[in-house]
Design a protein around this ligand. Structure first.
Ligand SMILES: [Zn+2]
Length: 308
């Protein structure tokens, strides 16, 4: 059961984060799948980032019966209540939480791309919880997945989101660069997928070429044997790394992945610590990777593209 937001501030009174970015401990960036399966996710950011709905994209997904997960922010919800109700009622789709104010999720006010993050534990809790309630009010269902505005987190804030019943979701492939990529770049990127990726797109900027790129590449991917799934259809694979006192040593790489024998040991310990914190969303594999709720162990992950 999620912790009441008022209890969370006390719980993390002495916690100070050491990680910051798109891939911190506790965030999920891949699905556990042995085959050619990909999870397409679409953010609706709202505000200055655009509060429109890409109808061409939505029509295409429906026509082709392509499952997807949508992350909706509070500012976007304000302008699109009817569409949100419509999306929430469609079993082809899953609705995730993109934050009450579309802010980076921080307990210290760190910013990303000039957008100030939430400034405290209770601020981070409000960012998650307020929008969860807003979404539940409109769709009748509480979201299980969270992606922060700008997809930036610190690892304490990720634990706060977990206490509120949310798995924080990053990505392993940047699909459209904030809806700035050309059709060709989007299609080429999709055609390079191998399976297991969580792909990040945007659905709030119809002026971009996201729909065009998807229309080009998804039929070809299907011909190559790929299937598309929602986040809830598969266990998720979490970023590796450590949290707690030794976390600073492990947080330098894009994945915080540690290699080598001593690293393996640290990784295993880190995993055990994380599962103590979030037992309902993850467990440890033999080599110290995290899986949830059961599935394949974490494999070596590809290097990611530059963040947007
Ligand atoms: Zn966004």
């Amino acid at each position: 059961m999620p912790l009441p937001p008022e209890e969370i501030a006390g719980k993390y009174r002495n916690a100070s984060p050491v990680q910051w970015g798109e891939h911190v401990s506790g965030t999920a960036s891949r699905i556990a799948s042995e085959g050619k399966e990909v999870a397409l996710t679409f953010d609706a950011c709202g505000g200055k980032k655009g509060s429109a709905m890409d109808r061409e994209l939505l029509d295409f997904l429906r026509r082709e019966r392509i499952p997807a997960t949508f992350f909706l922010s509070g500012p976007w919800l304000e302008k699109n209540r009817e569409t949100t109700r419509e999306l929430g009622a469609d079993p082809l789709f899953e609705i995730g939480n993109h934050g009450a104010e579309h802010r980076p999720l921080s307990v210290t006010g760190r910013s990303a791309y000039g957008i100030p993050g939430t400034e405290s534990v209770s601020g981070a809790a409000r960012e998650v919880e307020d929008n969860a309630r807003f979404l539940e009010e409109i769709t009748g269902r509480r979201p299980r997945y969270f992606r922060s505005g700008t997809n930036h987190y610190d690892e304490v804030a990720v634990r706060v989101a977990a206490d509120l019943g949310h798995t924080s979701v990053s990505h392993s492939h940047n699909g459209d660069g904030g809806a700035s990529y050309s059709k060709k770049k989007i299609a080429d990127g999709l055609l390079s997928l191998r399976g297991g990726e969580i792909v990040l797109f945007h659905m709030n900027r119809p002026e971009g070429q996201t729909a065009e790129g998807l229309k080009e590449a998804l039929p070809l991917l299907r011909k190559k044997g790929f299937r598309f799934v929602k986040l809830g259809d598969r266990p998720l694979v979490f970023e590796d790394g450590t949290s707690g006192p030794s976390a600073g040593k492990a947080s330098s790489g894009p994945y915080g992945i540690i290699r080598g024998d001593s690293a393996f040991f640290t990784r295993r310990k880190g995993c055990q610590r994380r599962t103590e914190m979030m037992p309902w969303i993850q467990s440890c594999s033999k080599d110290g990777g995290t899986i949830s709720p059961s599935g394949s162990p974490l494999k070596n992950l590809p290097r990611r593209q530059k963040a947007i």
